[in-house]
Design a protein around this ligand. Structure first.
Ligand SMILES: *[C@@H]1O[C@H](CO)[C@@H](O)[C@H](O)[C@H]1NC(C)=O
Ligand SMILES: *[C@@H]1O[C@H](CO)[C@@H](O)[C@H](O)[C@H]1NC(C)=O
Ligand SMILES: *[C@@H]1O[C@H](CO)[C@@H](O)[C@H](O)[C@H]1NC(C)=O
Ligand SMILES: *[C@@H]1O[C@H](CO)[C@@H](O)[C@H](O)[C@H]1NC(C)=O
Length: 645
């Protein structure tokens, strides 16, 4: 998934590309039979311009669905709906940071059971297009690369032949393929295609790196599936992004000139299947933008042209889901642009997995091209819960001693002007509080590199913010000689695309007061906010957001005798923060900026009556007088404001 594209166009390369064996570059003959040790025996190959599966041509009609953006309980439902639309394949990225969030701490269970997801896809009759990265972009924190790489290796160069990056990628891919090798097509599994890197042509120009990435993957995939690359629709992208032995595929959205795109590709790749491996039915949205959409007519029109031209297609995304917790990434165009929590994407299946008019239109089109199996009924939207209003009660001030004891981590104090980053402290997410004494009366605070949003308190009282997003780097303070300065820094998501990928968080420049760097002792307290559910503190009587963020709590009891349904939490009137439901982090809310106003709550995270559900809110800025939030049976993703809203 790309964000912006460089305008450099290179001349067409004259080399040839596809062959992994034999002299004929137009044939990739991947012969699984040779290496099969199991009872099943399958082969996938490219012959001429077609994918061949066990001797039968396959026109790939795929949809992206990322297992890491929804609870595992819903995987089967979404896969079934893909299939019912006429798709024969599902494509997923694999997110390294989801499985190795901290160094050598692996998780492949429950929502992280990638092998179970792939097996479910097979059970639903879908082939799988696997995109193991290790870099995936995907609008996820650091493009799916674990944050700790930036802490462990201060000079690491991601997505290059850098020794450390290759070493860590090697260790990771070995772990991943322990899970997935049995599920490759040649081994009897559903994985037919495996992507090498991800849109590398819009990032770098280093064939040695691409060959190393290919070889890392080839070591596990061998002849049991085909390799491919994905790049933008222009010569500079695929000449920099292709690698020998992998099929070059391109990506573009509705309205793009299909015939011209593939004429151009054909001059580079004389034969082999043509594919759009990311056809965009909608688009990603950043905080502060309008909700990004694509018209159904345009999507269907371009899809029809691709079908008429025998183009293989993967719809990116067919189902988007949600960036729960602290997983949203960010882009950097002319400024830092964090992504919203929802990954609805205006996709055919919406954030809650319901078919939209776009879904039905695509299904009708695919019917005309005989993709839809007759025995597959058309799915309909599932019921949603309108659970009404809750009143939240203040529980604790984040910066209070009680909260520091329960939610905080006290790091070693530091003397000097350079502050340790989140990554150096090995804190992935949440907030870090840096405190020192100012040493002079009233003046101007200046922080040139805030990462990302800094609440500035003097003697415990909020005086304003410094932030990266709106480029506010200075703030005039009222202070006295012995005033304490508290800087509460929020990580709003690491950049996932482009040249600013190495996005360390915290304060990257000196903190200056009246032009002089503050070098006194800094005390440092981390609030990773990975778990707030176990918090036992006395009730808070008189919360003041001017003295720091406040945690609020409430309980929700569902109507008697009803199953728990998906619902949407309306945060209208609140400022900015995070919500946990029974300990599950729903993600960021920021209704005053928008366009997202509701947070999606999966029904499976709610308990049916008579049990009650614990709702916790960390509010950073302001609360409405009513202190209420409402559970709606519909989402609001399109209400735009101008900051501060
Ligand atoms: C591939 O599979 C088809 C169908 O099972 C079979 O006819 C063909 O011989 C196989 N090709 C190779 C190279 O094994
Ligand atoms: C909080 O802790 C600090 C440091 O231990 C102490 O100086 C201060 O008095 C405490 N504040 C309250 C309100 O207990
Ligand atoms: C910083 O703290 C250390 C240890 O507490 C102390 O010895 C030193 O004097 C302090 N320096 C400043 C500038 O406050
Ligand atoms: C937001 O979306 C709703 C539901 O699709 C629609 O009715 C409404 O007109 C939209 N509002 C704006 C401002 O686009």
């Amino acid at each position: 998934m790309k964000f912006c594209r460089p305008v450099v166009w290179f001349c067409l390369a004259i080399c040839s590309f596809l062959s992994v064996n034999g002299d004929d570059p137009t044939v990739i003959q991947v012969d699984a039979a040779v290496v099969i040790k199991k009872s099943s025996s399958h082969n996938i190959s490219i012959i001429g311009n077609e994918f061949m599966l066990d001797g039968e041509p396959l026109h790939i009609m795929s949809g992206s669905l990322h297992y890491f953006r929804l609870p595992a309980v819903y995987w089967q439902d979404r896969l079934r709906k893909l299939k019912a639309a006429g798709l024969n394949s599902v494509s997923t990225y694999v997110e390294w940071s989801f499985h190795e969030p901290e160094e050598r701490q692996y998780s492949f269970e429950k929502d992280r059971d990638i092998a179970a997801f792939v097996r479910l896809a097979a059970a639903e009759g879908l082939h799988v297009l696997l995109r193991p990265g290790p870099y995936i972009c995907a609008e996820r924190d650091l493009g799916g690369i674990p944050y700790w790489l930036l802490g462990k290796y201060p000079n690491i160069k991601l997505r290059t032949t850098d020794k450390e990056f290759i070493k860590e990628s090697t260790i990771w891919l070995a772990k991943l393929f322990e899970q997935l090798t049995p599920l490759l097509f040649g081994n009897g599994g559903p994985i037919i295609l495996v992507q090498v890197e991800n849109e590398y042509g819009s990032y770098g120009r280093d064939m040695e790196y691409m060959e190393q990435m290919r070889d890392l993957i080839l070591e596990y995939v061998g002849t049991n599936a085909l390799l491919y690359t994905t790049d933008g629709p222009g010569p500079s992208y695929y000449t920099n992004g292709f690698v020998n032995g992998a099929l070059t595929t391109i990506d573009f959205g509705p309205g793009y000139d299909v015939v011209q795109a593939y004429d151009t590709l054909r001059r580079f790749m004389p034969s082999g299947p043509l594919m759009n491996s990311e056809f965009y039915p909608g688009w990603l949205t950043h905080w502060g933008e309008s909700f990004q959409q694509a018209s159904t007519e345009a999507v269907v029109g371009t899809l029809r042209t691709m079908l008429d031209n025998k183009i293989n297609v993967n719809v990116y995304v067919f189902f988007g889901g949600t960036n729960f917790e602290f997983t949203s990434g960010a882009n950097y165009g002319t400024a830092y642009q964090p992504d919203i929590t929802s990954y609805d994407y205006d996709a055919p299946l919406n954030e809650a997995g319901d078919p939209t008019p776009k879904y039905y239109a695509i299904r009708n089109l695919l019917k005309q091209y005989n993709f839809v199996e007759d025995n597959r009924p058309e799915p309909s939207p599932s019921p949603k819960g309108a659970y009404g209003t809750i009143t939240l009660r203040p529980k604790v001030q984040l910066l209070s001693n009680e909260s520091r004891n329960v939610l905080g981590i006290e790091y070693s104090p530091i003397a000097g002007a350079i502050l340790p980053t989140f990554e150096e402290l090995r804190q992935r997410s949440g907030m870090i509080l840096y405190e020192t004494t100012l040493g002079s009366a009233d003046g101007q605070l200046s922080i040139k590199k805030p990462r990302d949003w800094i609440y500035v308190y003097v003697d415990g009282k909020l005086q304003g913010v410094i932030n990266r997003m709106f480029k506010r780097y200075t703030l005039v303070l009222r202070s006295s000689v012995d005033s304490v300065l508290s800087l509460l820094v929020e990580n709003q998501g690491r950049i996932n695309f482009g040249p600013y990928l190495h996005d360390r968080k915290g304060i990257l420049s000196a903190v200056e007061y009246n032009g002089v760097p503050l070098r006194g002792n800094w005390s440092i307290t981390g609030f990773p906010l990975e778990c707030v559910s176990k918090m036992q503190v006395p009730k808070l009587i008189d919360p003041k957001l001017s003295e720091g963020p406040v945690v609020y709590e409430s309980k929700l009891v569902l109507p008697q005798g009803q199953m728990s349904l998906d619902t949407f939490l309306d945060t209208t009137g609140w400022g900015r923060g995070y919500v946990w439901v029974n300990g599950y982090n729903l993600g960021r809310y920021w209704p005053g900026l928008g366009p997202q106003v509701t947070l999606y709550v999966p029904g499976v995270w709610l308990k049916a009556a008579p049990k009650s559900n614990l709702i916790q809110v960390l509010e950073l800025e302001r609360s409405p007088d009513s202190l209420t939030m409402e559970f709606l049976d519909y989402p609001i993703l399109n209400r735009t404001h101008t900051y501060p809203g």
